[in-house]
Design a protein around this ligand. Sequence first.
Ligand code: GDP
Length: 366
Amino acid sequence: MDKLICAGCGAEIQTEDESAAGYAPKSALERETVICKRCFRLKHYNEVQDVDYDDDDFLEMLQQINDTDSLVVQLIDIFDFNGSLIPGLNRLTGNNPVVLAANKMDLLPKSVNLNKVEKWLRREAKEAGLLVEDVHLISASTNQGIDELAKAIEQKRSRKDVFVVGTTNVGKSTLINELINRSTGIKDAITTSYFPGTTLGFIDIPLDDHSSLYDTPGVIQRHQLAHYVSDEDLKLITPQKEIKAKIYQLNEEQTLFFGGLARMDFVKGEHSSFVCYLSNRIPIHRTKMEKAGHITENRIGEMLVPPDENSLSKLPQWKRQTFRIPEGKHDVVISGLGWIMIPEGEVTVHIHAPEGVKISLRESLI
Ligand code: GDP
């Protein structure tokens, strides 16, 4: 039998092991376009089936880029920069040039200065040890910046192959579908979804007679909150439109709960503003710090949602981390949830969040 590739995710089609990638029942092979059972269910019922790829498999797959002469487009989620950057990407992809495309710019408040954001991206990428040729701000869903990106790819690849890499949920399928749509007029060529990890193999999209654009598997980052919540909650925490900043003026010893997914205690400092950038569908609850422990013990999943029941069974215990924020505008980032901007700085906060979810401090994005 010739090697068959799933038209949805690119995994090699096999009919033996139902729990592994690319499984399709024999009857499916007779169709003109073959897709695996997982993509079939995703497409028709919006269900996700887990397959047993682990994180190392994904990185190993990416490492194949090392042996190619190509252009790499690393797609990141501007809403979760730290969570969506692939550590050691240059090592995995060899000497091939990297274009950084920051997706979901439609989520940023309209008032932001895009030049400043671009500079910020360059600085953060450099600090993370990622060497990039070019930086683009795009939105795969509203098409902002896509023309410029497509043009830059065409110019920089100089007839070589292109590999699009990114962690799960950054919008890789949406972007590639848009690029395919532009060049061929075919809509939704790749299965898109709300759910992480739907793109399993390399999908080969011919660009011209001797080169292709490859969709690579979405790298799973365990420190992204997305992996610990139910599908319903993932829809709530993934912002769909422009984020409305919510501003709180707090005194020492006050606490903010972000749904029941994390909490910030303002431990020390003068009366300060805290500007929260999260999905508009995560309610924020303000309380006194002395009550916060009791609320954490008793009200999560009940007064404080999300998490729903399914997420509660998956989420690790909360862990506390202390941040002493220096003078000047800084963001405390809770990977996958959003960030809190502290305009004046000079405060100490405790962040309580599920253990394993990355929390970091950075110079303010906005
Ligand atoms: P993949 O896992 O990287 O292939 O990501 P998908 O293309 O499946 O997208 C993941 C989620 O992000 C879906 O809910 C998309 O609707 C959403 N998404 C993708 N691109 C954008 C964008 O430019 N802006 C916004 N707001 N959401 C996006």
